[in-house]
Design a protein around this ligand. Structure first.
Ligand code: HEC
Ligand code: HEC
Ligand code: HEC
Ligand code: HEC
Ligand code: HEC
Ligand code: HEC
Ligand code: HEC
Ligand code: HEC
Length: 396
């Protein structure tokens, strides 16, 4: 809800004299979040309780320092303040204010909220200006500055001259977190979520046909869930992914519900170890996983023996593949026979075949090669084997 405002002169009158950033020719000037709060009370109140508002101010990286130290101004302030100017060494407010994501707002304010004069975009680049980084530690800009100098909401990061953000390869491990700073944007960009999926997916009241950006999963202002997530972290992945049915062992025709020891575990607990935004499991058998680093399986299990976990996961996968192969071979024989003689099966067997295919596609599309719920996969394959034997007998 918007509070209708007749206090415009008051707002504009109290706008602090802020130095316009010298790096960019501003389309408008910065007025500060308090000014936005005069009309957007709900957004302001929510944001105020978020970490972005800088309430737990990070002045020198320690708790609540009041006077920023030179070192912090030099190296840190670019992402921990809003409207940081390089030449003037100034900023308009501590923390991530409204205008860090919406762009300078004076023109929007003095035109009674003209939406043509403010940026409201779900683009991940807006978040990436601060949530991305350079792995070498050389700084984000070619001159060594550690933040995205000159970036303004609405721009593409790729268009920012001098930006050197490390591209990542999702086939490799997520980079280690350096001093509280995971390269979240870099990981996201390289993951399936950062690409055009060619599908249209619905999440709440919004549709995603391009990349699944940060604000598909995170409320930019605040939410009742941890990490500003738009819903319970135990449910968030199921909006688009179908693996939950397999993890829970539900849905296959003719198979009783088959729980596994991991049924109670959420996707995030296995796929976001160290909160990685590749969404990739850190496999215990990954040869590139450094000694000191915890693999996903050992992150919960008391026995932290990576070798044991590696054997378990490989056993599951091997068992799954060995069981699936003969089933797939039977299926090929049957498909070939039907191609040659489309009426070879009676109605009952045709239905059985359709059910078998549907059941098998559940575990094939799952993509985990049995890891999500081996018992369930084995049940499905056992039934498929029995039913395909009957069908095979009819076509041979
Ligand atoms: C004088 C009152 C007023 C102030 C102050 C104000 N806004 Fe607005 N804002 C509005 C109105 C009115 C709308 C249009 C609302 C609508 O159409 O639902 C709006 C819309 C917006 C939108 C949505 C734009 C869109 O494309 O849908 C954003 C984002 C926004 N404001 C951000 C800000 C920010 C950031 C500030 C502070 C820099 C700010 N506003 C200050 C009145 C104000
Ligand atoms: C490129 C932008 C950027 C720069 C430069 C930067 N930070 Fe950060 N910082 C962030 C972001 C984004 C987060 C939130 C990361 C997350 O939670 O994934 C963060 C988080 C933190 C946190 C953790 C806060 C918490 O609530 O857990 C600390 C402490 C911190 N930064 C200190 C520093 C210090 C000290 C420096 C300078 C040496 C610095 N930062 C430089 C962007 C930056
Ligand atoms: C961390 C970035 C970020 C911050 C900080 C932020 N916003 Fe937003 N805001 C967004 C994004 C992104 C959207 C658009 C979401 C979308 O299109 O899905 C948005 C949408 C809006 C809208 C449009 C209505 C809506 O619900 O989509 C308004 C109004 C708004 N913000 C006002 C504010 C105000 C006022 C503040 C400061 C108190 C603020 N925002 C702080 C990122 C931010
Ligand atoms: C101007 C820099 C900046 C921008 C832009 C920015 N962030 Fe942040 N973000 C930070 C910093 C700094 C922190 C850590 C703040 C702290 O803990 O004091 C943070 C923290 C967070 C957190 C952690 C919240 C928690 O409770 O764990 C989330 C989630 C987040 N940001 C998401 C986003 C999203 C989504 C966007 C884009 C819509 C965005 N941020 C834009 C700098 C930024
Ligand atoms: C808004 C929809 C949506 C949500 C929510 C979502 N995903 Fe995805 N996910 C996708 C799309 C689209 C792809 C790209 C591949 C495709 O088209 O199936 C993908 C791909 C993946 C992949 C395959 C690896 C890759 O990088 O392509 C994994 C693993 C994954 N997501 C895990 C998760 C996890 C874990 C969550 C919950 C934290 C989640 N996803 C939430 C839509 C979503
Ligand atoms: C598919 C859903 C999804 C997308 C897309 C996504 N996140 Fe997250 N994010 C999550 C989940 C789930 C968590 C919580 C992970 C956990 O609890 O272990 C999280 C955690 C975080 C955190 C807190 C981690 C910390 O270190 O404190 C930050 C910051 C964050 N995300 C930023 C971003 C940014 C920036 C983007 C876009 C570049 C993004 N996320 C895209 C689902 C998503
Ligand atoms: C017990 C840990 C665990 C849980 C819980 C879990 N997964 Fe997985 N998942 C795995 C492993 C291990 C793989 C195989 C990954 C590999 O080889 O890199 C996998 C594979 C996947 C893949 C295919 C990966 C790809 O690159 O195409 C997707 C998608 C996926 N899981 C999504 C989910 C979703 C959604 C949930 C929640 C309903 C979930 N997972 C729960 C461990 C888990
Ligand atoms: C989020 C926590 C969590 C993660 C991550 C996790 N597990 Fe488990 N695992 C459990 C729980 C809980 C049980 C059931 C209780 C028990 O037996 O310890 C279990 C049971 C097991 C069991 C059967 C009992 C045993 O200890 O021998 C095996 C084997 C196993 N997990 C292997 C793995 C492997 C391999 C991975 C990595 C793909 C993994 N787990 C990831 C929590 C987890």
């Amino acid at each position: 809800m918007l509070k209708v405002v007749f206090i415009l002169t008051y707002i504009v009158g109290t706008v602090p004299a802020v130095a316009v950033a010298d790096e960019v020719k501003e389309s408008s000037a910065y007025v500060g979040s308090d000014a936005c709060g005069a009309c957007h009370t709900d957004k302001y109140d929510a944001w105020k309780t978020s970490k972005h508002s800088g309430t737990g101010s990070l002045a020198d990286g320690s708790e609540k320092a009041t006077e920023p130290k030179q070192d912090w101004i030099q190296n840190c302030s670019g992402c921990h303040t809003t409207n940081r100017s390089v030449r003037e060494s100034t900023w308009s407010e501590m923390g991530v204010g409204c205008e860090a994501c919406h762009g300078p707002g004076q023109d929007h304010v003095s035109n009674m909220g003209d939406i043509g004069k403010i940026v409201a975009s779900p683009a991940a680049d807006i978040c990436g200006q601060c949530h991305g980084g350079n792995l070498s530690g050389a700084g984000l800009m070619s001159d060594g500055t550690r933040w995205a100098v000159g970036y303004r909401p609405g721009m593409k990061l790729a268009d920012l001259p001098g930006l050197q953000m490390t591209p990542l390869d999702p086939a490799e491990l997520p980079p280690p977190i350096i001093d509280n700073h995971p390269l979240t944007y870099n990981m996201w960009k390289a993951s399936g979520h950062g690409k055009e999926s060619g599908r249209t997916l619905t999440m709440g009241d919004k549709e995603w046909s391009g990349p699944i950006t940060c604000v598909a999963c995170h409320n930019p202002h605040q939410s009742e869930h941890p990490h500003q997530l738009v819903m319970d972290p135990h449910e968030i992945c199921d909006t688009c992914h179908t693996q939950k049915a397999v993890v829970q062992g539900k849905g296959a025709k003719g198979i009783e519900e088959t729980r596994s020891l991991h049924t109670a575990i959420s996707c995030v607990e296995c796929h976001m170890t160290e909160k990685n935004h590749f969404m990739r499991v850190l496999r215990p058998d990954d040869p590139n996983l450094a000694e000191g680093r915890t693999d996903t399986c050992s992150s919960c299990h008391e026995v932290k023996d990576r070798k044991i976990r590696a054997e378990q996961i490989q056993d599951w996968e091997a068992w799954y593949r060995e069981t699936l192969e003969p089933v797939q071979a039977d299926m090929r024989i049957i498909d070939d026979a039907i191609k040659n003689n489309p009426n070879v099966l009676n109605a009952e067997l045709r239905e059985k075949l359709a059910d078998t295919k549907a059941n098998l596609s559940i575990i094939e599309q799952d993509g985990s090669d049995g890891v999500h719920n081996l018992d369930y996969a084995l049940e499905i394959m056992a039934l498929a084997k029995r039913d395909l034997a009957k069908i095979k007998a009819a076509v041979q």
